[in-house]
Design a protein around this ligand. Structure first.
Ligand SMILES: Nc1ncnc2c1ncn2[C@@H]1O[C@H](COP(=O)(O)OP(=O)(O)OP(=O)(O)O)[C@@H](O)[C@H]1O
Ligand SMILES: [Mg+2]
Length: 301
């Protein structure tokens, strides 16, 4: 158990709307400490589970082989009040600056549409037309992230929540590791909500098929993950599904949940159940449908 309370504090600051953040030095490296935000939906909770979501979401990306920020869970005590916090290792060292996708989008899309607007067609147009990196590599990255966000139920992958590392000296740009997974895995669910979802098939299904919605929109409507993926309408998304699915190792992911510090057995069961169900009912289902469609097309030929 790491206690982050008395570490040296630095002057690096971080934006974002989801809770307090400070920078500290831990074992020689700079970390952003994210404090739990207050629970806006569930006022019964003293604070939301966003720090656990951040830690688990990031480790799930890692288990799938996608570069991601390093995260550690620990505690922080202030005025005798101890909270669970997540430390995110700062990846902007050696003169690298983080440029979010919104700022890249501003180079392509008329700014009346706003870099932070998440209409999918504008995002896809930016992926295709930008010249900072190979459009195929960028498109693959975006859709791979979308598939994993589907698995973990992320409702906040807005254009500020992924991006690039820019080297001021060389003008080189590369993909930034995945960061901000704090809005995945139902961060507002408390014990009674978790128990209710586990006990009721209807409540569970609502949280697989209907919500959370994606942060990305089609025709102004937030994407419903199941509807979108199983429609098989987007070829690049279908390809990402085929690419990512074999890399999802549920045994590994369940072990990760089991070994997560601070959380109760109920929480562990809830996370494992939701992840298993989301994988089977959204990803596996869509994959089977895709294979069936491909087989029948091959047959027609
Ligand atoms: N590991 C990291 N290293 C360096 N900078 C980071 C890292 N993680 C996040 N940041 C920067 O700090 C900002 C705030 O972090 P983060 O997105 O995790 O906070 P948030 O409050 O959850 O954001 P949101 O408003 O999207 O909910 C990010 O937008 C990004 O610019
Ligand atoms: Mg953010």
């Amino acid at each position: 158990m790491i206690d982050f309370t008395n570490l040296p504090v630095r002057n690096k600051t971080y934006a974002g709307a989801n809770g307090r953040k400070i920078s500290v030095v831990y074992e020689g490296d700079l970390y952003m400490l994210k404090f739990p935000g207050v629970s806006r939906i569930n006022t019964e909770m003293s604070y939301a589970n966003g720090c656990i979501s951040e830690y688990l979401g990031c480790h799930i990306f890692e288990s799938i082989g996608i570069p991601v920020q390093k995260t550690l869970l620990g505690t922080y005590t202030k005025n005798g009040n101890t909270k669970i916090v997540v430390a995110c290792k700062d990846f902007t060292s050696n003169g690298l600056v983080l440029q979010d996708f919104a700022s890249l989008k501003n180079t392509i899309i008329d700014s009346t549409h706003n870099g932070y607007g998440t209409e999918l067609s504008d995002i896809l147009q930016t992926l295709e037309e930008q010249t900072a990196m190979d459009p195929q590599i960028l498109s693959d990255w975006f859709w791979d992230m979308f598939i994993v966000d589907t698995l973990i139920g992320n409702w906040d992958r807005h254009n500020g929540n992924w991006g690039f590392l820019y080297n001021m000296e060389t003008d080189k740009i590369s993909l930034a590791p995945i960061y901000d997974c704090g809005s995945c895995l139902y961060p507002q669910a408390d014990n009674s909500m978790m128990q209710m979802v586990l006990d009721s098939p209807a409540e569970l299904e609502a949280r697989i098929y209907e919500r959370p919605l994606s942060g990305i929109k089609v025709n102004g409507q937030k994407i419903q993950y199941f509807k979108f993926l199983s429609s098989l309408k987007y070829q690049d998304c279908n390809r990402a599904l085929k690419r990512i699915l074999p890399k999802i190792d549920m045994d590994k992911i369940c072990k990760l949940v089991d070994e997560t510090p601070f959380i109760s057995d109920l929480q562990k069961t809830f996370y494992k159940t939701m992840l298993r169900e989301r994988k089977e009912r959204i990803l596996d289902f869509s994959h089977q449908k895709l294979l069936k469609r491909e087989r029948s097309k091959g047959y027609e030929r």
